[in-house]
Design a protein around this ligand. Sequence first.
Ligand code: MV4
Length: 500
Amino acid sequence: MFKKILIANRGEIAIRVAKACKELGISTVGVYSTIDKKSLHLRFMDETVWIGDSPAISSYLNIEAILEAAKKTKAEAIHPGYGFLAENEKFAKACEDAGIIFIGPSSKALSLVGDKVASRNTVKKVDVPIIPGMHMTSTDISLFKKTAEKTGYPVMIKASMGGGGKGMRVVHNEKDLEKSIAISQREALSSFGDDSIYLEKYIEEPRHIEFQVLRDNYGNCVHLFERECSIQRRHQKIIEETPSPALNDELRIEMGEAAKKVIEASDYTTAGTVEFLLDKNKKFYFLEVNARIQVEHPITEMVTGVDLVREQIKIAACEKLLLSQDQIKQNGHAIETRIYAEDPDNNFVPSPGKILFLSEPKGPGIRVDSGIYQGCNIPPHYDPILSKLIVWSENRNMSIVRISENLKEYIILGIKTNIGYLKRIIDSKNFASGDYDTHFIDEHEESLLPKQEKLNIALIAGALNKSLGISKRAKEYDSQYSQMTTPWQEIGKWEICSLS
Ligand code: MV4
């Protein structure tokens, strides 16, 4: 097992990985950019190294600086977390060349799964259903036309080196095809430095369901069931749950076996996620492989009891996977909501700034993977994820109640967050019914926007109380104030007209 791991990330995932390392007796090296000097994740590290200026390109995306930090601290392995360099084939290769273990798939496997067309061809060979369409990229318009005629419109043009929804374009008829191809090529070149594009049948109203897989260096491979990820806004997942309300046991077993075949065919090791689309007729199609520990991994951990980050590290250290498929069971129901520093009132623009007051929910079946503390500054340079609220209960309805109640308990003041928006989704009839697909957010945009809710004076008073020390003065005048409950424990008795 490794003696020391460098965690090349920040925020909640860096803390999550550090905790797994600590439990394995592994020393940790944290890295930080200039603006992250006082970031919470550093408090969980045994050593810390400055890797560059605040912009990600100078720090968390700086391959040389991160490798230099690993060499300087004698870290034997690097955990990339998610985002940044987590799926960067050049980084994985640079680690291999430097004799430092990259905790993830090999650079070869990374390159294969990163090429969407190559991935499709690999998967087709093992009889896993793929979306009907082209089996190679092309610039030949007639091939696009012929394929579209064969699959039927609407079709979707995709960038082979794309992912996460970038470089995708739906085409409804032949007259728009040529123009759409040209636009997609330009977008692919500018976004991914590679203009390779291809065409598939457009799967209308799909659900986005992914399967977690673990595979070691000895061919042992298990899946850890599905995560329903259809609640997305502009290709950003915001709510995930497991089990999926759309799967029955038969389909679950079939998709789980298909996911394992994809990972084995790709000669992929450590932790990986196989994404599928599920259409209205319950037919599933392979979409792509995510070669990282995912943001939403905690819901799988809550229902299976398996520590995915620990297993990922053990596999990277060439340990044998001790889990067998029949040992892995789904128990209960978990839901995750991603807490973002963004303003739903203002088209979800990022909302950096100082957290004046923070109160995180606690209690039975509650997990908060958090990267923030009261008084910390949320910088504008990185993805605005602050934390994840995850709940577990014995069934879906109880998990919905639990996460709804605990979103109310989640107080972050000083910046805007999407907490209210998340609660409106969770409390909606369509979410409760479980009958939703990837169009949910678009279809419910109006009803999900905030009403002109009255701001609650208790929260503002609480924030001022905490941040300006008003309570000290209260104590000077009348010690009874300091005995009072905190304002938001009086929540509901306080109202204020809207400030707008
Ligand atoms: C599709 C699709 C429908 N038909 N491909 C989204 C990003 C990447 N994971 C691939 N994605 C999709 N590919 C075909 N042929 C639907 C999605 C999709 C999606 C598309 C638009 C808006 C939101 C979406 C959420 C999940 C999946």
